[in-house]
Structure formats: structure tokens, C-alpha cells
Design a protein around this ligand. Structure first.
Ligand code: C2E
Ligand code: CA
Ligand code: CA
Length: 500
């Protein structure tokens, strides 16, 4: 039997390129990146161990028997542990965003532990492999390792399929590419053991993961394909913000500003959007676009949402007249606020703690989130709707929305993104487009909010197209609570009512 080592060498080359590229990038310190680093190390060690053991088998003289046995045993141990690592630490973390409990690790690891015992006793039992005068020989149970790896991959694929609602489409595609490539490599080697394709398949799957899940070029300049200088320069800034976020959560340093939404028909403010604000002692105000993104990346956003919701609840409870004068307060939700089926009931429970009716609130979900997480969202959205909480589709027109999916969710309000508004006063096509969207959504029974209205001209155009609700600097910027009360109450009566 001649062993074809070329696939293995090609696999090692692919891995070295990934390691070289990856080490040149600035690496995020979030959980997914740490998982990827671990996986990359174990796969590299696995392929290196296979290369060393194959080298001994092919080229070492017979007197190197102990080295051959030892290196092959080490390689088999890697092969046994790798599928478990892939399944447990990578796939589970990616799908559930949770740390896996030790008891679950133990339960899932039972077949691997059994396999490790078989490998460790193999030098005596020779069930998996042995060496005779002609070289490497398979034992009667040699397929066990392949079967175990394929079963683990199948298990991981089923796990991902079950949790697909919590995984973004891009990550989903990447994970299934990983499973397919790894399984193909393993199956090919099981059928023809002289062709060493397992390492090659694993290397390609790591490459697929690297190119999507841990995309180092996520902050890439779309024109040049180079790393965005601004993002590189702001790396230090982002690090400082990330560190500050933990303290800000612990000490509840977030503030809530409110931007009122104006109804042209009723000629008064009818709802509010709650927007988080955070001030760093040295850096000053941090843009929500930055700290929300970093909080999402570091899995801190659910804590911020809860702090914000509690702050809004306290504000509404202390100001019953304000509560009576507006229809609801809109709260922005992030994907992580929505991926668990119990998320809805948790949010409802918080509202209950303050004795506020659910109808005081409306939750905003962006169109990208609505498109990417539609399955888990449906469950959460239904529980919110059943409790009487309205749902608003945010930023419509800012990205790409799968309208079909979006329309299956129980949204009552649609916010048209500010970007759609650009040029409506100067470009006929832009105006026609905006007007068509408004009339289509109105006919479908949705209420519309036009976001980002800054000028009278824009406002007049929107009025002529029968748009009722306007949010934008033209009517008001987001305001701190006291300024908001002053704007909305204006009159002494409401303040008097509040004190009564
Ligand atoms: P958003 O939900 O689309 O909120 C509206 C953003 O547009 C706000 O930016 C608001 O200040 C800004 N805006 C409103 N009217 C105008 C206008 O006429 N012209 C211009 N140029 N801008 C206008 P802000 O407060 O900086 O928030 C940015 C984003 O950060 C929000 O976009 C939202 O996605 C996110 N965000 C803010 N607070 C929270 C929060 O507590 N939780 C979550 N998950 N996201 C939040
Ligand atoms: Ca919003
Ligand atoms: Ca928006």
C-alpha cells in the first residue's frame, strides 16, 4: 500500500497560510474569536501530528518502532478529541452564545472518553492499528475513529439545524461548509485509507470558517479591500470603550434620552424613542453606534437593554401625566435580546415589576435582525404581541430586507430609514420611490414613521404624501428626561398633575 501524503502536505500548507494571515490581523477578544483560536491550534496540532506519524511510518527505519507507535497514538488522540471540541466548544457557543455547563460537557464527552481509552490501550490490544515487519497495519476496529468523527459532525449539523434561528445566515452557511468539507475528507480517507484527506478536509473547513465567521476584513474598505484605517486607528479607542462597558453596567452609568415622534394629523408628539447614552470620564460621550456594537460583540447588550428598560419604567412611573399624553415608548432591541425563546417573557416580567401596562411599550427591531433571525423572532414576537406590546420594524430601507420574512412577523409600525429620505427634495425618482413605499405599506395596513426629517421641505413633502408620524431633528433631537418633560408638558397643568 503506498500512502499518498500529498493531501496532508496541502492541508498543512493551507493551515500555515491561515495562521500567518490570522496572526497578522488584530484579533478581537470576544468569545467567538477565542473559540476560533483554540480550534485553529488543535486542528494545526492534529495535522502536524498526522504528518509526523506518517513521516515515521514512511521514512523511519524499523528500529524506530516505539516512536512510530507513540506518534501514531498521539495523532489518534487528537483525532478522537477534535470532533468533540468542534461540536462542544465551537458550534454550541456559536449557536447559543452561552458557556456550556460542565455536566453537559461530560455527557457529550462519554463516547470520546471511551474512544480515548481504546486508543491508550491499543499498543497492547492492537485493535486500531499495529506495526509488523512490512509497516503500518489496520486493526479490526480501525473504522471506529472515522465513525466517531462522522457521527460527531452529524450531531453538530443537527444541533445547528435545531438552533438555526439564533445563527445568522452567513454563519450558518459557513458552519455547513465546515461540516461538509470535514465529512468529505474523513469519508474519503475511511474508504481509501492510503489517501490522507482527513487533514486536508479539516484545513479547508478551517479556511471556510476563517473567511466567514472570523472574517478579519470585516472592517474593510469596500473600494480598496484594505483594512479600514479609521477602524485600525480606533482600535485603542474601542478597547477603552470595551473595558469601560463592564464598569458602566455594574454602576448603571447609562442614561436614556428620549426623541419624541410628532403626528402631523394630531399636531402633537405622540410617542417617544428611548436612546441610550454613555459618557466616558476621559473620552466624553461615546456614540451609541459604537458602544451598542461593542456591547453586542461582547455579549453585554442584554444587560444594557434591561438597565435601559428599568430606567424607562421608573421614568414613566414617576410621570403619569406624560404616560397619559403619549401612546408608548419605543425601545430598541438587539439580536441577542431576541434569540432565546424566553426573552419575551423576561422583558414582560420586568414591565410587570413596575406595574406598567405592556401597551406603554413598543419594541423596535431592525430589518436586518428581522430577516436574519426570523424563526426565533417569530416565537418572541408572538409572546410580546400576546402581552399587548407592539412591534416596530426599524431602519427599513437601510440594508436588505427579506420582505416575505419581515411581513410574516407581527409588526404594526414601520420606520422608514433616514437614508431613503436623502434627495427626495431634489431627485424625482427618490421622491417617487419614497412615496411608493409609503403607499404600499399604508395599503398593507402598517403605520409609518418617517425617520431623520431635518428640514421643513422634507416635512411638507411627507405631509403631501399623507405620512403622519415624523421623527427627526426638525421637530426635536433626542432629549434628556427633564428637557423632554419641559417640551411635552410645556404647560403648568401637566406638572401639577404629576405632583398630585
Ligand atoms: P436608531 O434606532 O435608528 O435611532 C435613531 C437614530 O437617529 C438616533 O441616533 C437619533 O439620534 C438619530 N436621529 C434622529 N433624528 C435624526 C435626524 O433628523 N437627523 C439625524 N442625522 N439623525 C437623527 P443615536 O441616538 O446616535 O443612536 C444610534 C443607534 O444606536 C440607534 O439607531 C440604535 O440602533 C442604537 N441604539 C441607541 N440606543 C440603543 C439601545 O438602548 N439599545 C439598542 N439595542 N440600540 C440602541
Ligand atoms: Ca430605533
Ligand atoms: Ca432607526
Amino acid at each position: 500500500m503506498t500512502t499518498n501524503i500529498h493531501y496532508l502536505i496541502a492541508g498543512m500548507a493551507v493551515l500555515l497560510v491561515v495562521i500567518w494571515q490570522y496572526s497578522r490581523q488584530r484579533q478581537m477578544d470576544d468569545r467567538n474569536s477565542r473559540m476560533f483560536r483554540r480550534l485553529l491550534s488543535v486542528v494545526s496540532l492534529d495535522v502536524a501530528a498526522e504528518l509526523v506519524s506518517t513521516g515515521f511510518i514512511l521514512y523511519a527505519p524499523y528500529s524506530f518502532n516505539v516512536c512510530r507507535m507513540l506518534s501514531n497514538t498521539v495523532f489518534y488522540l487528537f483525532q478522537a478529541l477534535l470532533p468533540l471540541l468542534l461540536l462542544l466548544y465551537y458550534v454550541c457557543t456559536l449557536c447559543t452564545s452561552r458557556v456550556i455547563a460542565p455536566s453537559a460537557v461530560l455527557r457529550m464527552g462519554i463516547p470520546t472518553i471511551a474512544l480515548v481509552c481504546i486508543i491508550l490501550t491499543n499498543p497492547f490490544t492492537e485493535m486500531l492499528f499495529y506495526f509488523d515487519g512490512t509497516g503500518y497495519r489496520h486493526g479490526p476496529w480501525y473504522l471506529l475513529l472515522y465513525i466517531s468523527a462522522l457521527l460527531h459532525i452529524a450531531g453538530a449539523a443537527i444541533f445547528v439545524a435545531v438552533h438555526r434561528a439564533s445563527v445568522s445566515r452567513r454563519n450558518l452557511a459557513s458552519l455547513f461548509a465546515v461540516f461538509a468539507l470535514a465529512a468529505l475528507g474523513i469519508a474519503a480517507q475511511a474508504v481509501n485509507p492510503s489517501v490522507l484527506t482527513t487533514g486536508f478536509g479539516l484545513s479547508l473547513s478551517i479556511l471556510a470558517m476563517y473567511l466567514t465567521i472570523n472574517n478579519p476584513c470585516a472592517c474593510m474598505d469596500s473600494l480598496t479591500g484594505l483594512n479600514d484605517r479609521k477602524t485600525m486607528d480606533s482600535f485603542h479607542y474601542n478597547k477603552q470603550v470595551e473595558q469601560f462597558l463592564h464598569r458602566a453596567i455594574e454602576e448603571d452609568l447609562f442614561e436614556v434620552y428620549y426623541q419624541p415622534v410628532y403626528s402631523l394629523h394630531r399636531q402633537r408628539f405622540v410617542t417617544l424613542e428611548a436612546l441610550s447614552r454613555l459618557r466616558h470620564p476621559e473620552l466624553g460621550w461615546i456614540s451609541p453606534d459604537i458602544f451598542i456594537r461593542l456591547a453586542e460583540k461582547n455579549h453585554l447588550i442584554t444587560q444594557i437593554t434591561e438597565l435601559q428598560l428599568r430606567r424607562v419604567c421608573r421614568f414613566l412611573r414617576e410621570n403619569p401625566a406624560l404616560r397619559a399624553s403619549i401612546a408608548n415608548v419605543k425601545i430598541n432591541l438587539s439580536p441577542l435580546d431576541l434569540i432565546h425563546s424566553e426573552s419575551g417573557s423576561h422583558l414582560i416580567r420586568i414591565l410587570g415589576e413596575y406595574g406598567l401596562p405592556c401597551s406603554c411599550f413598543q419594541f423596535e427591531i431592525t430589518e436586518t435582525v428581522a430577516t436574519e433571525y426570523s424563526a426565533s423572532l417569530t416565537r418572541v414576537a408572538e409572546s410580546l404581541q400576546a402581552a399587548g406590546i407592539g412591534l416596530c420594524l426599524d431602519d427599513f430601507g437601510s440594508g436588505y430586507a427579506n420582505l416575505n420574512t419581515v411581513m410574516q412577523l407581527p409588526f404594526s409600525v414601520i420606520k422608514l430609514d433616514r437614508s431613503l429620505l436623502f434627495h427626495i427634495c431634489t431627485d424625482k425618482n427618490a421622491a417617487l420611490f419614497y412615496q411608493s413605499i409609503v403607499s404600499a405599506f399604508c395599503r398593507l395596513g402598517y403605520r409609518i414613521v418617517a425617520e431623520g426629517v431635518e428640514t421643513q421641505e422634507e416635512m411638507e413633502l411627507l405631509r403631501s404624501w399623507n405620512v403622519d408620524m415624523i421623527q427627526g431633528y426638525y421637530f426635536s433631537r433626542p432629549l434628556p428626561p427633564d428637557d423632554l418633560l419641559r417640551l411635552l408638558t410645556g404647560s403648568a397643568e401637566m406638572q401639577a398633575e404629576n405632583q398630585a
